[in-house]
Design a protein around this ligand. Sequence first.
Ligand SMILES: NC(=O)c1ccc[n+]([C@@H]2O[C@H](COP(=O)([O-])OP(=O)(O)OC[C@H]3O[C@@H](n4cnc5c(N)ncnc54)[C@H](O)[C@@H]3O)[C@@H](O)[C@H]2O)c1
Length: 332
Amino acid sequence: MSQFVLSSFRGRLTNNVTKITFKTFLFRPLLLSHNFSTTTPNNSIQNITVYGSGLMGAGIVQVAAQNGFKVTMVDIEQKFIDRGKEIINASLKRIAKKQHKDDENAQKSFIESTLSNIKTNTDSLKGAENSDLIIEAIVENLQTKQNLFKKLDESANSNAIFASNTSSLPISEISKVTKRQDKFAGLHFFNPVPQMKLVEIIKINQTSEDTYQSLIEVTKKMQKTPVTCKDTPGFIVNRLLVPYLLEAMRLAERGDASIEDVDTAMKLGAGMPMGPFELSDFVGLDTLKSIVDGWRKDGKIDAGLVASVKKLDNLVKDGKLGRKSGEGFYTY
Ligand SMILES: NC(=O)c1ccc[n+]([C@@H]2O[C@H](COP(=O)([O-])OP(=O)(O)OC[C@H]3O[C@@H](n4cnc5c(N)ncnc54)[C@H](O)[C@@H]3O)[C@@H](O)[C@H]2O)c1
């Protein structure tokens, strides 16, 4: 199943219909309603290694470094590391300007102190030496993730916690190649990581309480809000969001209302920052389709909720993938 970028639903959307800066956040009540216990974990995390320097990996590295963790960013080739560094530099500059408007020295020192916490490595085993927490944000492929964790299980510190940022693969499947399932969990960040406050912590049956508490502590230190979920398809956010997007498409396909009116209705009547069609285009229609196809095949979600939608299938077949291809439900 391809990568799942559905988490990028807050931000700036520009299309030929409208230009909106989203200030509200639909799921805020959900984010505030956690009830974690406050046990202190035995092992406090200081050194983090992030595998993958793409969109998500770079974001996780940045946020960890900004909040005082020593972070190693690992990728398979230097050119990917360089791209990750560019993502981090551009984002840090934006944040520095926003936080320290007229103070160039403060901007510089914020950027320098964050960068001083980041090391990079293209040697996958060396990158995890001395690491307390390993966060994997590499390509969305079960075999590739398993290969990485299998190798790391043999070489990494025996106390190190392993976490995957997968959006769509079962954490239990990824973790089963290791002998440390008690130290394994999902840590699902949202795109763009520096802006999105939520992290879903995915517990498998074997995840120990100490591992769980360490992950809560680490996400809070990163100034994120953790929520907890079992290892279930789509976890919380995507499990609710994808069926909703499909239902909007079915409603329009039946001719009950136009896509523009559905978007307007959900923004003005339900307080959504984006309408479902704007959001689907923003996420990428191919991504959405691959998630739904995967869930249908998997059979774990009620068939009616993941029934295919002709319009979505046709748009993808015609290469109309949403904003990234210039056309989807809207033209950009
Ligand atoms: N893009 C999103 O919005 C989003 C949101 C939440 C979660 N995720 C998940 O995060 C993960 C990464 O997504 P992304 O969008 O950052 O992908 P990406 O394609 O931008 O980056 C993946 C990076 O992993 C590197 N890589 C591949 N194999 C590697 C290995 N063995 N060791 C080290 N690096 C390796 C690649 O070179 C690439 O730089 C996926 O599991 C995806 O499902 C994505």
